[in-house]
Design a protein around this ligand. Structure first.
Ligand code: ARG
Length: 252
């Protein structure tokens, strides 16, 4: 009797083990579906398309990578601030206009970079904000957990409001609740075009903000997956697919 219970328990453990083993998360390198986390509120890199599904440059790029590498890509939309800590459990990798930072590298690895960016500053139309000194003591809107927030944190006397979505920071700029918004250049330009009568977009270089590199965040130590993704990325750059996607989504 006792033996049987142990046997049943063992079978259950083995069954559970194999379930976990072929589950789609945390083992993207086995040929299973690759679960890709994003935050689809960051145009033109990711946004919710007219059909209700995530679309944008990053989404098209990771799908093309999946196709090259023989991995079925499944997109999971979530808060930007949860992406890094979800890698290896809820998701396999993340593509989200994510900047490579030393802090993030403590938790995740990064693919080769696929885009260079910088933080811009969105200001009310006609504002006198023009240089780094002008940002001191201002109310600054940012997206939670982004490099825009990290930069704002360093500004003397700044009062920071962090939002789950960058567009909510822009809405509060238009409401007068914040004095400016620090956000990545391309989304800043999209928001600028969305509210042409209300805001101006000032290039981050005017404030001496450093260039940033976007890359795909990967589970730490999974060199096999990293190599698959980097090889696919390289091929897409060589065969013109990458340039076509830049044209379609970013320069259109
Ligand atoms: N590049 C910035 C960062 O890595 C912002 C990225 C925000 N991306 C997004 N999909 N909301 O912190």
């Amino acid at each position: 009797m006792k033996k049987k219970i142990i046997a049943v328990a063992l079978t259950a453990i083995v069954a559970l083990g194999s379930l976990v083993g072929c589950g789609s998360s945390s083992n993207g390198s086995t040929g299973d579906a690759l679960i890709v986390g994003t935050n689809a509120a960051f145009p033109p890199f990711e946004y919710v398309g007219d059909d209700g599904k995530p679309d944008g440059f990053d989404i098209a790029l990771i799908k093309a990578i999946g196709e090259k590498a023989g991995m079925e890509v499944q997109i999971q939309d979530m808060e930007f601030d949860s992406l890094v800590s979800s890698i290896g459990n809820k998701i396999d990798v993340a593509i989200a206009g994510m900047t490579v930072t030393e802090e993030r590298k403590k938790t995740v690895d990064f693919s080769d970079s696929y885009y260079e960016a910088v933080q811009d500053v969105i200001v009310p139309k006609g504002s006198a904000i023009a240089t780094a000194d002008d940002l001191k003591g201002l109310k600054i809107g940012v997206q939670l957990g982004t490099t825009g927030e990290f930069i704002a944190d360093e500004i003397e006397g700044a009062e920071i409001s962090a939002y789950n979505k960058a567009v909510d920071a822009v809405n509060d700029l238009n409401n007068g609740r914040v004095d400016c918004v620090i956000v990545d250049k391309n989304p800043a330009e999209v928001f600028g075009a969305q509210f042409p009568d209300q805001v101006d977009v000032i290039p981050g270089t005017n404030f001496d903000f450093e260039p940033e590199n976007y890359a795909i965040a990967l589970p730490k130590g999974n060199t096999e997956l990293a190599e698959k993704i980097n090889t696919a990325l390289k091929e897409l750059k060589e065969d013109g697919t990458y340039d076509a996607l830049v044209k379609k989504y970013i320069e259109e």
